[in-house]
Design a protein around this ligand. Sequence first.
Ligand code: 5AD
Ligand code: SF4
Length: 440
Amino acid sequence: MNKSKVYIETYGCQMNLSDSEIVASVLNSAGYGLTNDPAHADVILLNTCSVRDNAEQTINKRLIHLKQYQKKNNKLVVGVLGCMAERLQMQLIENKEIVSLVVGPDQYRSLPQLLNDAKNGIKGIAVELSKVETYEDITPLRTEGISAWISIMRGCNNFCSYCVVPYTRGRERSRTIESILMEIRALNKQNIKEITLLGQNVNSFKDPQTKQDFADLLEECAKEFPMMRIRYMTSHPKDMSDKLIEMMAKYNNICKHVHLPVQSGSNRILKKMHRVYSVEHYLGRIKKIKDLMPDCSLSTDIIAGFPTETEEDHQMTLDLLRQVQYDGAFMFKYSPREGTKAYEFDDDVPDDVKIRRLNEIINLQNSISAEKNQSEIGKTHTIIVEGPSKKNKYEWQGRTDTNKVTIFPNHNLTHKMGDLIKVKINRCTSATLFGEVLEG
Ligand code: 5AD
Ligand code: SF4
């Protein structure tokens, strides 16, 4: 039998990457093959993001581009999955002729049925959100590598005023610790050396049966898999408990990196963003992390130009960056999202001011990142070999415990994927470290 082939393209956050592995698994079980080439696909699925307007514009352009494949294969089925499917629902079917399938993040089990219908010319939509769906019984179909994403919870209850996620991904729900451990046990038998526990807000994780929290889950993972590196993201500052920080400090195999989105350095803006913490609380969490783990790396997310943001508020954000000294940051211009609370506010910071403030934030952070990386020169790090770097097949890369990409020479291909090696750092850019492998 000639298997139908599916091509999946993923946009947005790590949760979407993890969801695409679930989608691949569901379709594989239903008899579909997978391809990396859209030109050879019978079905093209775009797993989309809605977090900012430009994420959606990228998809709109991609949908236009995909028409070339439909011209060559008039049976081609094109579907939109993920956050944009959930946000726009029927509008996608009504306004985009090419789209015959719209499936939201909680409806991936219905894909085989919907694809059958679509092949028979019946357009389909499934966007209901669930209070319980976690896909915990589905083993994601992962691409090869030494690192695996594990989605431990879905959805979000925080309703930050700018954010579309509670509307596109629904309410928070966690898997059981037992189902997570079972998944890691299977990965441990393969060549997986590093896992990242994923969720919109992992530190509000709660096992639905035992009521254990995220720190408990980390401890169970760290104890049972002492040879694996354990990472997690993303955390909310309000849930960054002492217990969680102490747990990170207690186990060597819990990586010393915290991604803690702050969004703004002004208490007035934080309040309008409905972040429910103050700058003082946030800095208290950072102090606790630095006190217990002096070498822990830190990263954050920042939004520039939120409604009513003044020059003074902006300066407070710059001051906070100087004070915390993050290793890295994701920095964005505020983008109003229909349906959110902030959409009702006047988007009153002019675009040129937003861009200027964003650039000031990026320039400052880049110089801090560069300085922090400079201080790594001469230090030795243990890294897990991931594979060839993007630029040169004899220059390979891995990541430090603190999540810094490190490039090293591998001319004779002595070092293999998954090896643990010691590297002495000898130069850097603001984003990358470079080093020599130490023998033994
Ligand atoms: N505009 C700009 N940035 C946003 N983010 C979320 N919503 C918006 C928005 N409407 C950013 C936040 C969040 C990250 C994932 O995306 O910084 O932490
Ligand atoms: Fe991920 Fe949020 Fe984008 Fe959805 S909207 S893909 S949850 S970043």
